[in-house]
Design a protein around this ligand. Structure first.
Ligand SMILES: [Zn+2]
Length: 130
């Protein structure tokens, strides 16, 4: 963990992760689908709250990974989150086949529904406007 935090650039962090666990990171996306815009807003709010404390964090990408069943994976996710990424499991998110933006999987959609999140009435594997 401390070793990972000391790596000089984001690229070094990714090189370290890909060397150690080449199958952990599946894919990435620049944002969530506009159908789930509150997730983009939450992301912006998190970055803004850091900015208010004087910590400038650049918005990076959403990274979909195979899961979090290793301590190392949790450490990687923490380091990446700290520098502006969102790290989610492929069990919870997938990419729109048309535009490549991130959307919840049907199982995660159903969890969101139970929690009364602001989500579309029906689950789709792509954005409603794609
Ligand atoms: Zn789309």
């Amino acid at each position: 963990m401390s070793q990972l935090s000391n790596l000089p650039t984001i690229k070094d962090v990714f090189d370290h992760i890909n060397d150690k666990y080449p199958n952990w990171i599946f894919c990435s996306s620049k944002s969530f689908s506009s159908d789930y815009d509150y997730l983009n807003k939450n992301w912006d709010m998190t970055l803004n709250s850091h900015r208010d404390k004087g910590i400038e964090i650049e918005k990076q990408k959403i990274i979909l990974v195979s899961g979090f069943n290793k301590d190392d994976y949790l450490s990687f996710a923490e380091v990446l989150t700290r520098v502006g990424f969102i790290v989610r499991s492929v069990d919870d998110f997938q990419l729109c086949s048309e535009c490549g933006l991130a959307l919840p999987t049907i199982s995660y959609y159903n969890k969101m529904k139970i929690n009364n999140m602001k989500i579309p009435h029906f689950w789709l594997s792509r954005c409603s406007n794609c």
